[in-house]
Design a protein around this ligand. Structure first.
Ligand code: FAD
Length: 688
């Protein structure tokens, strides 16, 4: 067995820790040693990286695998919650798996006494998430076959989807996967759940789905429910010989290359590029709202982009929120203590590199500002500082209506919630592993690139509205994580004129303050939202608010093409905002593009608060119905970007009305036309 030094230290510390832990509290009842057994099994067995998940389950003695297809981390979070719950309530031997990590040709050999769970997000226009593409294509292929044929009659599965009802293809990935697996002979246990982000009920949909699912699964597999016992998936090991100054300690660096000060490409969703901010400026003319135009320099990297792509921004948390979190858990004095995190199961992945400090984990890796989830409250209840608080926590965790009555309007994040509930008592009994397991990983945020790669291939522009939301029951408003980080960078770059406005104290220089200028970790995500390859084709663009971002790039590109002598087709843009004085984005730039493009460029504006009657982009679109119709006859491409909830739908409806009116077809037929435009990529959406 190849015990390395750390393993030995860990093992020792864990055994001591466990004894201390279990003798201190009576919470667990049974004095069993979950660390020692599962950890001992782990040591020395370093399983090779197989792409055969059945083999992997056998090797690690699992009977339940929870696959996730996740883009923004929520599906991944739900998957690990299911795995934990399956283990603690039903004694299942669970593992969580990234769909991308395995092959599916042996799906027909999956044993009948085991279970697969799928947690699948639907992304964009009904597409699977990046990590689910191969699986999705494999099982849905025309001539799908498995090792022994094409029947999955042994396969038992459960399924939950994450979607948004404002999109046309609501939860289509889970629906298609479910339909396909059933058609191939598989048996679904319980119903295929659907969570709706559009209605804001994702979490409650998930909670409501899983109870009957567990009951059905318990019946099908003959499982017996027991009192849920918290069993950590990770061990927290204090590394007394290291300090925050030690060079092997991660202080927020995303990986080893960064730690050594020599970041290397390829840069992608696992490895961000820390780009210099070339320029940033305020676009609004308002005292209480802000929208930032930022130019990000990718010239030192091998990153490339195309007009219409997205850039992902990796934020870090505001210092005041980090402080609040550490204080609520009585960790303020230990914030710079060095810890390692060890997976107690061979299939669990430690979500960030260690050794590291509490401060770095909370600042760089945990989504601490999101509203607290009811399930988290339930998980933390046994660790309450007093019996009275425990009773309250248990009730909040199990009673949906009570939870919403108490917290619904406050949107407390985890630290605010714990602070309010405990009325001053500290939460020093919660194992830190509960947060490592139960809180989402801090997610990168996407922005539609607002520059043209033809004009500036190595400088990416974004147009970001700074999210601030007043909360009735709290003094301070909610402040968006990424957009305030961006705002703080912009402020630093422009000499801190606004720094007193909100004291959020970011680590602007990044881990170890390596950067003296302003830098932002990013990666690029390629999209299908693209201008026609033939510039003479007309384009119609609808982009109110920051939805105008990719269209600034489109118009910038068409102006450049015209300057270079191309025959550029009609470029019709609908832009809308509240009023012309405060939030008319890129007003002066449009005039410049107009000089180059002349009649080829037409900007139609809708300012909702400039007149008694509220005017939105869809109203202007309707007024311009005849021209829109004529451009479509000339094969114009139609683009919509921005608010998915209402605007994109209204625009779709309006376009169908225009088609019905001017082509003199029935509304039903017009709907069909729009659908086929979408299918042929003549109608493209970039909505969020
Ligand atoms: P977050 O912290 O993520 O919060 C987001 C929202 O959640 C808040 O506004 C609030 O309503 C709610 N919320 C979260 N926690 C709480 C809480 N505790 N209490 C109350 N409310 C809470 N945005 C742009 O500005 N420009 C773009 O060009 C753009 N393009 C995009 C393209 C794509 C493909 C996608 C998916 C999104 C795009 N977005 C764009 C949105 C962007 O990714 C971010 O979602 C947005 O900037 C907010 O990020 P944030 O971290 O500041 O807010």
């Amino acid at each position: 067995a190849d015990l390395d030094t750390l393993d030995i230290i860990v093992l020792g510390v864990i055994l001591l820790g466990t004894i201390a832990y279990f003798t201190k509290g009576t919470l667990w009842g049974v004095v069993k040693d979950p660390y020692a057994s599962s950890f001992a099994a782990n040591v020395g067995t370093k399983p090779g990286r197989t792409r055969n998940f059945i083999e992997k389950m056998d090797e690690t003695n699992k009977n339940c695998i929870v696959f996730y297809g996740s883009q923004t981390g929520t599906a991944e979070d739900y998957a690990s919650r299911l795995a934990k719950e399956g283990k603690s309530r039903f004694g299942l031997n669970t593992m969580v798996a990234d769909l991308e990590d395995y092959d599916y040709d042996n799906l027909d050999e999956f044993p009948a006494d085991k279970i697969i769970m799928f947690v699948l997000a639907t992304y964009g226009e009904g597409e699977p998430t990046d990590n689910a593409v191969e699986f999705y294509e494999h099982i849905r292929g025309d001539d799908v076959s498995f090792t022994n044929g094409s029947s999955l009659e042994n396969l038992k599965y459960v399924a939950f989807g994450l979607g948004n009802n404002t999109y046309e293809h609501y939860n289509s990935v889970v629906r298609h996967v479910d339909e396909t697996l059933t058609k191939l002979g598989g048996t679904r246990i319980g119903v295929a759940g659907e969570g709706d982000d559009g209605a804001g009920t994702m979490e409650e949909d998930f909670l409501a789905w899983k109870e009957p699912m567990w009951a059905a699964l318990a019946e099908s597999m003959g499982l017996e429910e027991r009192e849920a016992i918290y069993e950590p998936t990770f061990a927290i090991v204090e590394r007394d010989t290291l300090t925050a100054e030690s060079e092997e300690v991660y202080l927020g660096e995303p990986n080893k290359n960064y730690l050594q000060g020599t970041p290397k490409g390829p840069y992608n969703a696992q490895n961000p590029y820390t780009a210099a901010v070339a320029e940033s400026r305020e676009l609004f003319n308002s005292k209480d709202r802000s929208c930032i135009h930022m130019e990000i320099d990718i010239s030192g990297s091998n990153l490339t982009y195309q007009t219409g792509d997205h850039i992902a921004v990796w934020p870090s948390n505001a210092g005041n929120q980090v402080d609040l979190f550490l204080k609520a858990l009585d960790l303020t004095d230990k914030r710079n203590d060095v810890i390692s995190i060890k997976a107690l199961e061979p299939t669990a992945k430690v979500p960030f590199p260690t050794p590291t400090t509490y401060d770095a984990i909370v600042r760089y890796h945990m989504e601490i500002c999101a509203p607290v989830s009811r399930q988290m409250v339930s998980t933390l209840a046994p660790f309450s500082p007093t019996e009275k608080i425990k009773t309250e926590m248990t009730r909040l965790g199990s009673d949906k209506d009570y939870f919403h009555e108490k917290t619904g309007h406050s949107f407390y994040n985890i630290a605010q919630f714990l602070t309010v509930i405990s009325e001053g008592a500290t939460w020093d009994k919660i194992p830190f592993s509960a947060f490592v397991e139960g809180l989402n990983k801090l997610q990168p945020r996407y922005y539609s690139i607002s520059s043209s790669s033809l004009v500036q291939p190595k400088k990416v522009a974004i147009t970001a509205v700074v999210e601030t939301q007043a909360l009735p029951s709290q003094k301070a408003p909610f402040r968006g994580v990424a957009t305030h980080f961006i705002a703080a960078l912009a402020d630093k770059q422009n000499n801190g004129a606004k720094s007193d406005e909100f004291d959020l104290s970011y680590q602007i220089g990044g881990p170890r303050a390596r950067h003296t200028g302003t830098h932002l970790p990013v990666h690029i995500r390629h999209s299908n939202f693209k201008l026609p390859s033939d510039p003479s084709r007309p384009v119609i663009m609808v982009g109110p608010g920051t939805g105008v971002a990719p269209f600034r790039a489109f118009v910038q590109e068409r102006a450049k093409q015209a300057q270079d002598g191309a025959d550029v087709g009609k470029t019709l843009l609908f832009f809308g905002s509240r009023n012309a004085k405060e939030d008319y984005l890129y007003e002066s730039e449009w005039a410049e593009y107009k000089k180059v493009l002349g009649d080829k460029f037409e900007l139609v504006t809708a300012f909702s608060r400039d007149s008694a009657k509220k005017v939105y982009v869809q109203h202007r679109l309707k007024e311009k119905g005849e021209e829109v119709h004529e451009l479509l006859q000339k094969k114009a491409l139609f683009y919509v970007c921005g608010d998915a909830a209402r605007m994109a739908r209204e625009v779709n409806t309006t376009l169908a009305q225009i088609i019905s009116e001017y082509r003199k077809v029935t509304p039903a037929k017009a709907d069909e036309v729009v659908k086929s435009m979408r299918a042929a990529n003549q109608y493209q959406e970039d909505v969020w």
